[in-house]
Design a protein around this ligand. Structure first.
Ligand code: HEC
Length: 165
């Protein structure tokens, strides 16, 4: 997936918010076989809710739910980097269970926060297969910065709970 594709995806998400599934379905029309497979996979996951315009502005889902909705497709349900989307990406998604170990024994919340807001890599505009999620986390309500912070905190707490020694 190229960066421009992600930017467009995020733009669509933050402006009109038709829901991730809708976007992915539409993208499958011109995204070729990998996206079509991905759309099928997403379509099959009936139990998992999508981003929804009708959610209240202060809605703060659990970290686990957000992880499953926004991250597991690439990073894997167990956060070991082997989600169903992983093999379609040029850059393999990182395993996320060794972050604490790699950062000297302390969960790197600020680092994860910046990855979420600006995308990974040395430059926020560098090429990367990981989208920046700032707009997604703001999508529910552009004014409610506190709820956004809480969402990121929940996500970080969930990731912290997955860390291996
Ligand atoms: C479209 C696939 C995709 C999705 C969805 C995704 N990521 Fe990533 N992520 C990647 C890839 C690929 C990398 C490695 C990128 C690189 O090195 O340029 C990465 C890297 C990261 C890193 C840096 C890891 C490290 O070892 O330094 C963190 C943290 C991260 N992702 C967290 C998340 C979280 C949390 C979510 C959900 C909100 C998420 N990602 C959703 C593909 C994805």
């Amino acid at each position: 997936m190229s960066r421009p594709v992600h930017d467009r995806l995020l733009a669509e998400l933050s402006v009109s918010g038709p829901g991730i599934r809708g976007i992915i379905m539409r993208r499958a029309l011109y995204g070729g076989v990998p996206m079509a497979l991905f759309a099928l996979w997403i379509g099959g996951v009936k139990a998992s809710p999508t981003v929804d315009e009708t959610l209240p502005s202060n809605y703060v889902p659990s970290g686990k739910l957000m992880y499953q909705q926004h991250c597991a497709t690439c990073h894997g349900p167990d956060a070991k980097g082997t989600g169903p989307m992983a093999s379609f990406l040029k850059t393999r998604p990182s395993g996320l269970t060794l972050l604490t170990k790699r950062h000297g024994g302390k969960f790197p919340k600020e680092y994860v926060q910046s990855v979420l807001e600006f995308g990974p890599g040395p430059s926020s505009h560098g090429t990367s297969d990981m989208p920046a999620w700032g707009p997604v986390f703001r999508y529910f309500d552009k004014q409610n910065e506190r709820a956004v912070r809480q969402r990121i905190t929940n996500l970080c707490n969930y990731l912290t709970s997955l860390q291996e020694p």
